[in-house]
Design a protein around this ligand. Structure first.
Ligand code: PGA
Length: 252
């Protein structure tokens, strides 16, 4: 049995003070939904105040990125040790970072390894662009992102990962994938590579999320699919009522 998992990716939104009041507002209801693993990923500057609010609530905190090196002359970067002081999770390889900040399967792989060796939980994002989707390259692209992004891990490490399937054309566009379509990609291009990389138990045990225009109205369609264990939510995670509705929809 895979425990449902819903993470809010706040991206570059909310000052520290705004972030603190947003979690304070969602906390009473969010705290009750214990059967779902709930994670909030605010920007770095809001991690400290949000962690103070979330302490002891059972709600997890995640970063949106980290650097693979332990420390040193990497201006503007954040290390796993810095993240680990406050967070249990980290989003890696988000398509916005791949498209705008030069991340590749190789850098994602380095970050996954650093994350795992620091005992953090990586939420590894994969997904095809619109051009790749239209050229029917989804299987090829997502399989490659999986095999290269996760290469060199042990099955024990593989078992600790969370994957988010996020078709790039669905992110922030209001045009979500269909539940059935996402389910098929996850089965063929995520669970199959997991089995190839590790083994069947890992492939069946890893939580796989859908992301891309998930909202209060469509969440249940995704959570009703056999291979989808939750969601990585962007825009709707900044709206208290919508995010709570999404987490409630994930309760089994
Ligand atoms: P969205 O973003 O829900 O706003 O489409 C999802 C994501 O980028 O993780």
């Amino acid at each position: 049995m895979r425990k449902p998992f819903v993470a809010g990716n706040w991206k570059m939104n909310k000052t520290a003070e705004e972030a603190r009041s947003l979690v304070v507002e969602m906390l009473p209801e969010l705290q009750k939904l214990e059967s779902v693993e709930r994670v909030i990923c605010p920007p770095f500057t809001a991690i400290m105040p949000v962690s103070a609010v979330l302490a002891g609530t059972g709600i997890g905190l995640g970063a949106q990125n980290l650097h693979w090196e332990g420390s040193g002359a990497y201006t503007g970067e954040i290390s796993a040790a810095m993240v680990k002081e406050f967070c249990k999770y980290v989003i890696l390889g988000h398509s916005e970072r791949r498209a705008m900040f030069g991340e590749t399967d190789i850098t994602v792989n380095k970050k996954v390894k650093t994350t795992l060796s620091n005992m953090l939980v990586p939420i590894v994002c994969v997904g095809e662009t619109l051009a790749e989707f239209e050229a029917q390259k989804t299987t090829e692209v997502v399989t490659r992102q999986m095999l290269e992004g996760l290469q060199g891990l042990t099955p024990e490490e593989g078992a600790r990962i969370v994957i988010a399937y996020e078709p790039v054309w669905a992110i922030g566009t209001g045009k979500a994938a269909s539940g059935e379509g996402a389910n098929r990609v996850i089965s063929e291009s995520i669970r199959q590579p997991l089995e190839k990389l590790f083994n069947q138990a890992v492939a069946q045990g890893v939580r796989v999320l859908y992301g891309g225009s998930v909202n209060a109205a469509n969440a249940a369609e995704f959570f009703g699919q056999t291979e989808i264990d939750g969601a990585l939510v962007g825009g709707a995670s900044l709206k208290v009522a919508d995010f709570l509705t999404i987490v409630k929809a994930a309760v089994k």
